[in-house]
Design a binder for this molecule. Structure first.
Ligand SMILES: O=C(O)C(=O)C[C@]1(C(=O)O)C=C[C@@H](O)C=C1
Length: 358
């Protein structure tokens, strides 16, 4: 046997073992798909995929093979997702805004195999999921620069829905114009108020009229339709391609850490992860909030975030949102929740998620 033949005999033997291992893996994936269908969980789990890749790369002895093995792992999980999609059927996911809006970009990344449908408002996304028209909704929750999306937080209090997942999308704002436009031609700039405030420093260098618009993608669409070179929009690069615009200035947001946290809303609550979030309301007496903070500290939970928002039906009264490090499945968390239920008027556990530390 020459060297080539010998190597091929070895490859054949390895492929045979891999075929058996592939069948075993797909049986496990089949169980995952059945669980995800029964519990209405999304197929893609980004944090799990990252963990699978990280762990498996550590098993390799030969460093130079790591990028190749990573490709194998990514492909294997793509196959796994295709198989699950076939088993579960197509999921319906809604997002607010138009094609090219950041919610659409987040929804595409979170649900690459789903059927995506746009709605006009955040509330329509909540309504579609609550009435069962859609299984999931992807809505913005918080921006690292401009803070929470208050309306979405309010809907979480009033709708009987939970947070199924949390996804951080790096946001890059760009100045979009009709092809051939110069900076000197621009007189008005259109965009969503959050995108405007994220790009404030850039905008302050010019004397343009800045006009708030429903969202970044509709602003880009409007500029494209007017065919007026004195108008520009602030939006994502993807939006430029969609509406035939040109990126005149890239990356105009003040902070390059600009990230928007999107949430996946669903009727089901996610129960695994290293962090969880709750909403609560209090009796309007002195020291109530301090008592809740004390309980959280006494039970040894690290609080990552706290926000307060006005209650719609009780002027000058507020509800609170907190994010705590810990596992919902841990009995200690159940103890804390019981203690909070005694202390608060209403407690709503929104769900768990995997937060990346640092
Ligand atoms: O563990 C899961 O949740 C799976 O669906 C399995 C699997 C995989 O094949 O390893 C596939 C898709 C997910 O994005 C993560 C991992």
């Amino acid at each position: 046997m020459d060297q080539l033949e010998q190597a091929r005999v070895e490859i054949n033997a390895i492929d045979k073992e891999m075929a058996a291992l592939f069948e075993r893996r797909m049986q496990a994936v089949n169980d995952v798909a059945a669980y995800k269908l029964a519990h209405q969980l999304p197929i893609l789990d980004v944090s799990r995929e990252q963990a699978v890749i990280r762990k498996n790369l550590e098993y390799l002895q030969d460093e130079s093979l790591k990028p190749y093995f990573q490709q194998v792992l990514e492909m294997m999980m793509q196959v796994s997702r295709d198989f699950q999609k076939h088993k579960i059927g197509q999921r319906c996911v809604v997002y607010p805004g138009v094609e090219g809006a950041f919610s659409h970009i987040a929804a595409k990344q979170l649900f690459p195999e789903a059927s995506l449908h746009q709605v006009y408002t955040f509330e329509e996304a909540f309504q579609a999921v609550e009435c069962g028209e859609a299984e999931f909704g992807v809505v913005p929750f918080e921006n690292s620069y401009t803070g929470e999306v208050g309306e979405v937080l309010d809907h979480l209090l009033y709708y009987d829905l939970h947070i199924q997942d949390v996804y951080d999308l790096k946001i890059q704002q760009n100045l979009l114009v009709l092809p051939g436009t110069d900076l000197a031609d621009i007189k008005q700039v259109y965009s969503h108020p959050q995108a405007i405030s994220q790009s404030r420093k850039f905008l302050d260098c010019y004397h343009w009229e800045v006009i708030p618009y429903t969202n970044t993608a509709t602003a880009a669409k409007y500029v494209s339709e007017t065919k007026d070179p004195s108008k520009a929009a602030i939006a994502s690069g993807e939006t430029a391609a969609l509406y035939g615009l040109e990126i005149l200035k890239e990356h105009i947001n003040t902070s390059d850490q600009n990230t928007t946290r999107f949430i996946v809303i669903s009727k089901q609550m996610r129960s695994f992860g290293n962090r969880f979030h709750i909403l609560f309301t209090l009796r309007h007496d002195a020291g109530q909030l301090a008592k809740v903070m004390q309980l959280i500290a006494e039970y040894g939970f690290n609080m990552e975030s706290i926000k307060s928002r006005p209650l719609h039906d009780q002027p000058w009264q507020y509800y609170f949102y907190v994010e705590l490090d810990g596992n919902i499945a841990d009995p200690h968390t159940a103890d804390l929740l019981r203690a909070l239920e005694k202390q608060c008027e209403k407690v709503k556990l929104l769900g768990a998620f995997n937060a990346r530390k640092g």
